[in-house]
Design a protein. Structure first.
Length: 430
């Protein structure tokens, strides 16, 4: 890193700066997936349906044009298992061709693709077999990964097997309970995000230990399949980092709380090629467990405390658990707010905490903001995380000021080193 008179930390060569989406949240009409079934069940606990989402299934070239035009050099997007294998063993060649075109499209626009194979949604048939609790889940997922390798061979380097396995294990319990309570079907869980904050707060549920083991098995089986099919692939997974902070005297309680909810999933990544950090806020742990958001603290549209430093703390914690030989990619970080100035302020603070970790020698290779677009937030369109707004009727895209600001940083290859460096925005409630 060369010293410079201009403000901000010069990013290492090849550093990825971009934004993220997931297939179900932006594509629309993901009709063969278990989440679609859950949303459309009579009396479903899912308040709002995904419907057309941002129609990115058709509009991905426009999304990529915007991202590269803004100055970004990377785009994390998902490929959808339910489209690629809508029925067990039946591969849709059209879906494979669609995603191959997306990979080529990203590369042609100078965007390094970071591709997620599973982002909360599974094919309906997989859930009906028991989902991650099915004894065949690792084999079924590895078979899908082998098919996905055909897409990845178009030029993908970074592939994530499963997004936030720790949230899936946690939500398994919650979704099953909610489906049972609303009388909808057999209670087989979709494994999604839903009321994620509530799942972690006071009265939080336990992650399902069987699902945890199954996810680790599936990750390993898929990684082996991907390495065999595409030796150049760099395989990892992305973990929800909750930044569990111990109140004085609660260190042991916090460590015991964090272990099944986060650290076992990080430990499982010690042999991986990279690890994805996804951090938004912190969770304070007292002697009796999780504490509510501090009184008077600013919160976002998802009810999370505005706490940008979470990113640097998550990066350092992750690197400490996985070890220095596994590079870190920030695959999600962002804020649900209608106040775009606050998005810039928050992201400035988050990037400053990332810069400090980089300065201290942590091997961070990229920052992918959540999210590229305003999108379907697992049951509601209300929390808006996007750098780019999307009109729900015309699907017209409009980059926000934050998109131009972050894109300019990407183009300049610099990030703020001080939380106060935001261009004139003051923190306030989202
Ligand atoms: C998930 C995204 C979600 C975001 C904001 C992450 O946990 O991977 O799908 O939209 O958080 O809630």
């Amino acid at each position: 890193m060369t010293p410079s008179t201009e403000p901000g930390l010069v990013l290492p060569d090849g550093f990825l700066m971009g934004a993220s989406t997931s297939a179900h949240q932006v594509e629309g009409n993901n009709v063969s997936s278990d989440w679609w079934a859950l949303e459309n069940r009579p009396g479903s606990f899912v308040a709002e349906r995904s419907g057309d989402a941002a129609d990115s299934f058709h509009r991905w070239p426009e999304d990529m044009d915007l991202l590269s035009g803004l100055g970004f050099n990377a785009y994390r997007f998902g490929i959808e298992w339910a489209r690629i294998e809508p029925e067990r063993g039946q591969v849709s060649r059209a879906a494979v061709a669609h995603y191959r075109a997306m990979v080529r499209g990203a590369l042609e626009r100078g965007l390094t693709p970071v591709v997620t194979l599973h982002h909360f949604t599974s094919p309906r048939w997989f859930s009906e077999l028991g989902g991650w609790t099915s004894p065949e889940s690792d084999e079924l997922f590895a078979a899908y990964a082998r098919t996905a390798a055909e897409i990845l061979r178009e030029g993908v380097r970074y592939v994530a097997t499963i997004n936030e396995p720790n949230m899936i294990a946690l939500m398994h319990t919650l979704v099953r309970r909610a489906v049972r309570d609303t009388g909808g079907g057999d209670g087989s869980p979709a494994g999604g995000h839903g009321e994620g904050a509530a799942a972690l707060g006071p009265g939080a549920v336990e992650p399902d230990a069987e699902v945890t083991r199954a996810l680790i098995r599936a990750h390993r089986a898929a990684s082996a399949a991907l390495k065999e099919a595409g030796p150049g692939l760099r395989v990892g997974w992305t973990v929800a980092n909750q930044v569990y902070q111990a109140e004085p005297g609660a260190e042991e309680v916090a460590a015991a709380y964090a272990r099944p909810r986060e650290d076992v999933f990080l430990e499982a990544a010690r042999e991986d090629d990279w690890i994805g950090v996804q951090a938004y806020t912190r969770h304070r742990i007292g002697p009796d467990g999780p504490l509510p958001v501090p009184e008077g603290a600013a919160t976002t549209l998802t009810g999370w405390e505005v706490y940008p430093e979470a990113l640097g703390e998550a990066i350092r914690h992750t690197a400490g658990v996985v070890g220095p030989h596994v590079p870190v990619l920030v695959t999600e970080n962002g804020i649900a707010t209608d106040d775009d100035g606050l998005r810039i302020t928050y992201t400035t603070g988050a990037l400053a905490s990332l810069a400090s970790a980089l300065r201290d020698g942590v091997d961070v290779r990229g920052y992918l903001h959540w999210s590229a677009l305003d999108n379907y937030e697992w049951g509601s369109y209300r929390p808006r995380f996007g750098l780019i707004s999307v009109d729900p009727h015309t699907f017209a895209r409009e980059p926000k000021e934050s998109a131009r600001w972050l894109g300019a940083l990407a183009r300049a290859g610099r990030i703020p080193e001080h939380p106060a460096a935001a261009p004139g925005a003051l923190p306030c409630a989202g």
